[in-house]
Design a binder for this molecule. Structure first.
Ligand code: ZN
Length: 76
């Protein structure tokens, strides 16, 4: 994983969470709101989520779909 320097550090936090999602085996979520949506808006809103502030997303990094995906992979 490589993050470009010069990016807003708060957006890097959200991007890193997304990229670690891939590391643990999650793919992109293209229908429901999730940190694993393929793109995010400049305020950190994943592209299938309701718009919120960057401050909101920093305290709500993972969405229900992200957690369900991880549980589906690792919970036995
Ligand atoms: Zn991705």
């Amino acid at each position: 994983m490589k993050l470009n320097s010069g990016c807003n550090k708060d957006l890097m936090v959200l991007t890193t969470a997304h990229e670690f999602g891939h590391v643990v085996g999650l793919g992109h979520e293209n229908n429901r709101c999730a940190r694993m949506n393929p793109t995010l808006e400049p305020d950190g809103t994943p592209n299938h989520c309701t718009q919120h502030t960057l401050r909101y997303w920093l305290s709500h990094v993972l969405q229900k779909d992200d957690l369900q995906g991880a549980r589906a992979i690792y919970q036995r």
